[in-house]
Write a new protein. Structure first.
Length: 214
């Protein structure tokens, strides 16, 4: 059972959220843990630390998403809806027109996403499709957490999307090397922030992505 007091965000996040929003994040966490009994949404070992390991980890991307030029966010390999559902709950009072698009090929996980987006009244589309088979997609932000490595996400962005502005990714302790290696094949700009849930990890916001002629 989740302690009802844990949903006071750590001060490091400096998130000004309402009691209602915190309650929705708590309800979402409880829904994940309940569903985790029948399908694998998150590691069982992280259930007791779900607020820190999953909710806050997802929430920290809000700094990159809560911008005037961002109205649509596409979450790839969405799974339990991390970070998409968290972002949707946080953005709802800030920007009601903010839209989430989920790609999750698992039947059971896509059903869970539909249940959560309906429960929290999020402006969303859920596609039970393999993202590699989709073409000519449009979005403002492509976001991915624990789906595919950066080089594959870049290929998806180039091959399957006709329009996008940014890519937001979670990178581990080898993040700098991954970015350096990617620069050998791609031109891009990026902003980075050290993860607030792991000092060895980072969140990056990629822009102006173009394949190098090599």
């Amino acid at each position: 059972m989740i302690d009802s007091n844990i949903y006071k965000f750590d001060k490091i996040f400096n998130l000004d959220v309402s009691r209602e929003t915190l309650k929705e994040l708590e309800d979402y966490s409880k829904s994940i843990i309940l569903k985790n009994k029948t399908i694998n949404l998150i590691s069982k070992r992280t259930e007791k630390s779900i607020k820190y390991r999953h909710i806050e980890d997802s929430a920290q991307t809000i700094d990159f998403v809560n911008k005037n030029d961002i109205k649509t966010c596409t979450d790839l390999g969405s799974g339990a809806g991390l970070p998409g559902i968290v972002l949707g709950i946080l953005m709802k009072p800030k920007k009601p027109v903010f839209k989430l698009i989920f790609y999750e090929k698992s039947y059971h996980k896509s059903i869970f996403l539909k249940e959560m987006t309906k429960k929290f009244n999020l402006n969303s589309e859920i596609h039970r499709k393999n993202i590699f088979d989709e073409m000519n997609l449009s979005t403002d932000v492509i976001i991915s957490r624990a789906f595919k490595p950066l080089p594959i996400i870049f290929q998806i962005a180039q091959n399957n999307f006709k329009n996008f502005k940014y890519i937001i990714l979670f990178l581990g302790k080898s993040g700098k090397k991954i970015l350096d290696d990617a620069h050998k094949l791609w031109k891009f700009d990026y902003e980075e922030k050290i993860s607030l849930t792991s000092k060895e990890s980072m969140i990056v916001k990629i822009s102006n992505l173009k394949k190098r002629n090599v």
